[in-house]
Write a protein that binds this ligand. Structure first.
Ligand code: GDP
Ligand code: MG
Length: 673
């Protein structure tokens, strides 16, 4: 025996010797030990064997047969493994259990079962049955190894084992729709050649059918045939000791049937594949062994679904961890600093795709129903996480858009000339575009995300800002207009009242009309800028008329306040009484009729009181300003009440008396000289 047997310590990854695929012996692992415990190291070994990432690109083969029929020897020759072989000289026992290794130069997991020769000694059929169940559930091809001289011995040890295999198979696959077949490759050892292989095969086939027919069938499967579940191949190998070269030659030929998919007798046909992804093989194998140990019914479809659930969750968690790592940097800017991330949509899309792709890559190989369900769950979970940033960014975009609108509007209003409505519209569009484009960018596909509600909230906020701006602008304009009105009206009113004539009120009304006309021009112009409606403009014009009237009235009141009024009366009186028709001061002479001058001047001055007392519209027929609650045009025409007129008349008379006395005294004085 030439195979080197390197026993690799299996205490975790660090204990495993590295394996040089070309030269070193391939590490092997006792997956089930003497105590029937399943190893923890299978995932590590899958890695060591470079099969962990193989997906479906790997195959599994197991061997059955009586003890010491050269099974391990054959496996080592076929696959370059180093399973223990019974020492020819010492006949010492190999270590019991299920062993696993990898085929050299091929993606094949090779399982070797070491039992005791229980059947012959009538013991340990239990382990044999368990290991058969396990091999059937996990392998695509079973090598059935038997001596030529065992063929036809229907009661022989092999037949007992086959009965077990078939029974087990019926149990495993009874629930499986579109049953997967297993290939049984029967290898006849020490085939002398006297009986041709075909004949041996026929004998064996007949025995197999007999065994099958004798098996109790589960309900509903009474009519099932052995070929519904198994395909068979036969091959013979020469005596290894007597014909070593011939043996090697035939083993080499047999090896190509495992190695070369173009070989017409290639064994690893896709239909035999158990469809367990390599990264889930350890979970699957150990859970199958658990089920076998606890003596529960093994139902492979259910096992595959459970495996899929378990692995999909694991794969999803791994992807989710990475996902969480990648989205964490969004938290501070978006949720705490209220910033917007310009390419957030792109980034979220990438991060989500990465997570889904990494999930799909491994999970899609598992049970489709489970995979699809878990994928939906995962997508929902990813979307929920991302939605926080979607909502956060919308909120920040809202703020940004409002600030932009306010600032741009402010800047525009500082410019020397503008159309208010136009700048509001352009600033609004710019800010709205900012929001809508930003929002569009972060709506991911496969979500129910929407920003309609946020958009209408923003529009409401915009409306508030522009209404306020408009109100401010209106106030500013009204103020300017008021000033303009006052400037225009003050002088003519004052001038007219200081040199009153019959035409005084008419002239004042004329000035008023002109002022209003100017103001109205301004208003019409501004109405364009404010995008005002006709009613709004009319309202403004009416407001202007009232306001201008109030300005006028105020000015009149100022000019005709008691003292001012008395002053006006006195100056009219003095004009007549103290100055002659040439405007020169009079010097009273004794012959002057002071009394008559005095009476004339005083009466003349007193004519001003009725003139001032009421605004005279006789020359402005139809002139009127519409009333409202605070404005009463008719009432405003009265300047001096009856009482006021009497009071002023009396005060003026007293004042003018003084002039009369002074005049008299001056004559006396002149005469006395
Ligand atoms: P296993 O128990 O089935 O795994 O058998 P082993 O591979 O351990 O081999 C048992 C014994 O049979 C060893 O002494 C081998 O040398 C011997 N042996 C291996 N292959 C052959 C063979 O093809 N013919 C014969 N006659 N002996 C073999
Ligand atoms: Mg062996």
């Amino acid at each position: 025996e030439t195979t080197t047997t390197t026993i690799v310590k299996t205490d975790g990854v660090n204990g495993i010797k590295s394996w040089d695929e070309d030269t070193g012996s391939i590490p092997r692992l006792q997956i089930v030990d003497e105590n029937q415990d399943f190893t923890q190291d299978l995932p590590n070994f899958m890695g060591k064997w470079s099969l962990a990432e193989a997906g479906f690109q790997y195959n599994v083969v197991a061997v059955f047969g009586s003890q010491s029929t050269g099974k391990s020897t054959l496996l080592n020759r076929l696959f370059g493994t180093s399973f223990d072989v019974m020492d020819e000289n010492q006949r010492s026992q190999t270590t019991k259990g299920i062993w696993m290794s990898r085929g050299r130069g091929m993606h094949v997991l090779v399982m070797d079962v070491e039992g005791t020769d229980g059947r012959e000694r009538g013991e340990d059929q239990d382990f044999e049955r368990k290991s058969a169940l396990f091999s059937m559930a996990t392998s695509e091809v079973i090598i059935l190894n038997l001596w030529e001289h065992q063929v036809g011995l229907y009661q022989g040890a092999n037949m007992g084992l086959l009965k077990t295999v078939f029974e087990v198979n019926l149990q495993l696959f009874q629930n499986q729709k579109g049953k997967e077949k297993t290939l049984i490759l029967i290898v006849i050892r020490d085939h002398v050649g006297a009986t041709p292989l075909e004949n041996l095969a026929k004998t064996i086939q007949a025995d197999l059918e007999k065994i099958w027919d004798g098996l109790p069938k589960p309900e509903g499967l009474e009519e099932c045939k052995i070929h519904d579940y198994f395909d068979f191949m036969f091959t013979g190998l020469p005596h290894k000791i007597l014909l070593p070269e011939k043996f090697d030659e035939e083993v080499a030929k047999l090896r190509t049937r495992f190695n070369d998919s173009k070989d017409p007798n290639y064994v690893f046909r896709p239909q035999y594949h158990k469809r367990i992804p390599a990264d889930g093989y350890h979970v699957y194998a150990s859970s199958i062994w658990d089920k076998i140990l606890s003596n529960k019914d093994l139902d492979l479809p259910t096992q595959q679904e459970l495996l899929a659930q378990y692995r999909c969750d694991e794969i999803s968690n791994t992807a989710f961890e990475r996902f969480t790592e990648r989205i964490t940097p969004f938290k501070i800017p978006i949720l705490e600093k209220a910033q917007t991330i310009p390419d957030l949509g792109e980034q979220m899309k990438d991060i989500r795709s990465e997570a889904l792709e990494s999930f799909d890559k491994n999970a899609s190989r598992y049970h489709q129903g489970v995979y699809e369900k878990k994928r939906k769950e995962m997508l929902a979970k990813l979307n929920t996480q991302l939605n926080v940033f979607f909502v956060g960014q919308l909120k920040n975009l809202h703020k940004k858009a409002i600030t932009m609108f306010e600032e741009n509007l402010k800047a525009e209003l500082k410019k020397p000339s503008y159309n208010f409505a136009e700048i509001v519209e352009s600033c609004l569009k710019e800010a709205d575009d900012l929001f809508v484009n930003g929002a569009k960018d972060i709506v991911l596909a496969d979500t129910d995300w929407s920003y309609t509600h946020e958009h209408s909230q923003l529009e409401e906020a915009f409306a508030k800002v522009s209404a306020q701006a408009r109100a401010d602008e209106f106030k500013k304009m009204s103020k300017q207009l008021a000033k303009q009105v006052e400037n225009e009206l003050s002088e003519p009113v004052s001038l007219q009242l200081n040199s009153p004539t019959e035409k005084t009120w008419h002239n004042i009304i004329k000035a008023y009309k002109e002022t209003v006309e100017h103001g109205q021009k301004t208003l019409v112009e501004k109405a364009k800028s404010f995008n005002s409606s006709d009613e709004e403009l009319e309202e403004s014009i009416l407001g202007l008329k009232r306001q201008a009237w109030l300005v006028l009235r105020k000015k009149v009141d100022e000019e005709l306040a008691d003292n001012m009024l008395l002053l006006k009366l006195r100056s009219r009186f003095e004009e007549k009484f103290r100055y002659d028709e040439h405007g020169l001061p009079r010097v009273w002479k004794p012959e002057d009729d002071i009394d008559s001058y005095f009476r004339k001047a005083r009466d003349d001055a007193l004519t001003l009181i009725p003139l001032f007392a009421k605004i005279d519209l006789s020359e402005d027929e139809g002139f009127d300003i519409e009333n409202d609650e605070d404005f009463d045009f008719k009432h405003s025409l009265t300047i001096l009440t009856e009482a006021k007129q009497i009071d002023i008349t009396n005060r003026f008379k007293r004042e003018s008396d003084a002039f009369y006395l002074e005049a008299k005294r001056s004559v006396v004085a002149t005469t006395a000289k």
